[in-house]
Design a protein around this ligand. Structure first.
Ligand SMILES: NC(=O)c1ccc[n+]([C@@H]2O[C@H](COP(=O)([O-])OP(=O)(O)OC[C@H]3O[C@@H](n4cnc5c(N)ncnc54)[C@H](O)[C@@H]3O)[C@@H](O)[C@H]2O)c1
Length: 416
C-alpha cells in the first residue's frame, strides 16, 4: 500500500508531537489506538504517513536530521516517543520573511527562535524532489508573508495544503479560487484541537443556545509557556488569531454578541508552563424568568499533542481529496478540523459530513449543495461529476434523508 508523502513547514512543538505520534501509533491495533479520532481514514492508518521533507529557519534545527530536530530547543513539548527511526530527512532552510518576531531576541535562547544564516532553498523544487503530496503548514502566528509563500509553493508544485495557522488561505475567497484553478485541495485555516479551548467554548455556547439560555457576555483567557505563546506576546501578530478564535465561537451563537461582550485570545506567556496550556472560560447568561446564570471553567491541556491527531486526520483527508480529484477548500472537513474554515458549521454537522466524506459517496465527494469545491479529476466508477446528469434509470446513492439534509451554516462574518 502506498504511503502518504507529507512535508512540514515549521519543525516546532506541533510538528514534534505529530512526528512522535506517527511512530507511537505505527503498527498498533485496538485498544492501543486510544487518543486517535480515526484509527483509519481511507486506506491509511496513522503510521501510513511518511514525512519526506521539512523546512525551518532556526539554527538548532536547519541541517539536522528531522528525528533530532523535533527534540531541539526551543521545542518543549512532552516526549512520549523517545526512540525515533532514522528518517533520512534533513531539515532545510525556509525563507524567513516574517516568520521571526524580533521581540524573541529579548528572551533566553532556550525559550525563543534563533534564525540560521543559511540561504533559503527553493521550497517548490524541494517538494518536487521529495515527491511530497501534502504540505502541513506550522508557522508562527502572524507569519502572513511566509504562510502565503508556502501556499504559493503548494500551487506551484501541485501539493495539497493543510494550513494549521491562522493566516487566512482556505477561508480567503481569492486564495480558495487559486487552489481550485491549480487543481489542488486545501484544508484550513487554524487547526482546532482535539479537546481544546475553542471546541469546548463552542460546545458550551451551543448548549446555552439549545437550552434557551441567552448568553450576555463571555471570555476565554489562555496562558502557556511555549514559543507559540511567546510569539503571540506581539499584539501586531495576534490580529488574525483573535479573529479566528472569536469568530469560531460567535459562529455557534443564535445571536452574535456585541464585540465588547466577547473577549477571546491568548492572554499571557508563563515560561514555566512550557507546553501546558491553561484556559479559563467564563460565560454569563440569563435563563428562565431572566434568572442569572454563570459558568466558570478551567481546562488544562498539553497544547501540541492536543492538535497532532487532528492534523493526522486532516492530512489523510487531503490525500483522499487528491485521489478523488477535488480542488479548492474541502469545506466540511475544514469546518470539522479547523477554527476558521471557509464555511462555519455546527460541529455535529461538520462531523457528519466529514464521516460521509471519508466514507465516500456523493457527500463524500464534497459535492453537496453547500459545497463550492469543484471536482477536477477522474471519478471513481459510478459517481457523477457535479452537474452531470444521472444515467438513465440510475438511483441516487445514499439515503435520501442524508442526501437532502440541509446544513445550517452560520453566515460567514468578517472583521474589518
Ligand atoms: N494546539 C496547538 O498547538 C495549536 C492549535 C491551533 C493552531 N496552532 C498553530 O500552529 C502553529 C505552529 O504551532 P507550534 O506550537 O508548533 O509553534 P512553534 O513556535 O513551536 O513552531 C514554529 C516553528 O516554525 C519555525 N519557523 C518560523 N518561521 C519559519 C519560516 N519562515 N519557514 C519555516 N519555519 C519557520 C520556527 O523556527 C519554529 O520551529 C502556530 O501558528 C500555532 O498557533 C497550534
Amino acid at each position: 500500500m502506498t504511503k502518504i508523502r507529507a512535508a512540514v513547514a515549521g519543525v516546532g512543538n506541533c510538528a514534534s508531537s505529530l512526528i512522535q505520534g506517527l511512530e507511537y501509533y505505527r503498527g498498533r491495533s485496538e485498544p492501543e489506538l486510544a487518543g486517535l479520532m480515526h484509527p483509519r481514514v481511507g486506506r491509511w492508518g496513522c503510521g501510513d504517513i511518511e514525512i519526506v521533507a521539512a523546512f525551518d529557519i532556526d539554527r538548532r534545527k536547519v541541517g539536522r536530521p528531522l528525528e533530532e530536530a523535533i527534540f531541539a530547543k526551543p521545542n518543549c513539548t512532552r516526549v512520549f516517543q523517545k526512540a525515533m527511526p532514522v528518517s533520512n530527512v534533513l531539515v532545510q532552510m525556509g525563507p524567513i520573511l516574517d516568520g521571526f518576531a524580533s521581540h524573541m531576541l529579548g528572551y533566553p535562547e532556550d525559550e525563543s527562535f534563533r534564525p540560521a544564516k543559511e540561504e533559503p532553498v527553493d521550497v517548490a523544487q524541494a517538494l518536487r524532489d521529495a515527491g511530497a503530496e501534502v504540505l502541513i503548514c506550522y508557522l508562527p502566528v502572524g507569519s502572513e508573508q511566509a504562510v502565503r509563500h508556502y501556499a504559493e509553493v503548494c500551487l506551484d508544485a501541485g501539493v495539497a495544503m493543510v494550513n494549521c495557522v491562522p493566516v487566512f488561505i482556505a477561508s480567503d475567497p481569492a486564495w480558495a479560487q487559486r487552489f481550485r484553478e491549480a487543481k489542488v485541495p486545501i484544508i484550513g485555516d487554524d487547526i482546532k484541537s482535539q479537546v481544546g479551548a475553542t471546541i469546548v467554548h463552542r460546545a458550551l455556547a451551543r448548549l446555552f443556545g439549545d437550552r434557551g439560555v441567552r448568553l450576555d457576555r463571555t471570555y476565554q483567557l489562555n496562558t502557556g509557556g511555549n514559543t507559540d505563546f511567546l510569539n503571540m506576546l506581539s499584539l501586531e501578530r495576534l490580529k488574525s488569531k483573535k479573529i479566528s478564535k472569536t469568530e469560531s465561537v460567535q459562529s455557534q451563537l443564535d445571536e452574535r454578541l456585541d464585540p465588547k461582550d466577547i473577549h477571546i485570545g491568548p492572554s499571557d506567556y508563563v515560561a514555566w508552563q512550557d507546553d501546558n496550556k491553561v484556559c479559563f472560560i467564563r460565560m454569563e447568561g440569563r435563563g428562565f424568568g431572566d434568572a442569572p446564570l454563570e459558568l466558570e471553567l478551567r481546562l488544562s491541556v498539553q497544547d501540541s499533542p492536543n492538535s497532532a491527531g487532528v492534523v493526522i486526520d486532516a492530512v489523510r483527508c487531503a490525500r483522499l481529496g487528491l485521489e478523488r480529484g477535488l480542488a479548492g477548500p474541502l469545506e466540511a472537513v475544514s469546518a470539522y478540523y479547523m477554527k476558521r474554515p471557509p464555511r462555519q458549521m455546527r460541529d455535529s454537522e461538520a462531523r457528519e459530513h466529514t464521516e460521509q466524506f471519508i466514507a465516500g459517496g456523493p457527500e463524500g465527494e464534497n459535492r453537496t449543495e453547500w459545497s463550492e469545491t469543484v471536482a477536477v479529476g477522474d471519478y471513481p466508477p459510478g459517481l457523477r461529476r457535479a452537474g452531470q446528469p444521472r444515467a438513465e434509470g440510475a438511483r441516487p446513492c445514499g439515503s435520501g434523508a442524508a442526501r437532502r439534509r440541509p446544513v445550517r451554516s452560520a453566515p460567514a462574518h468578517r472583521y474589518d
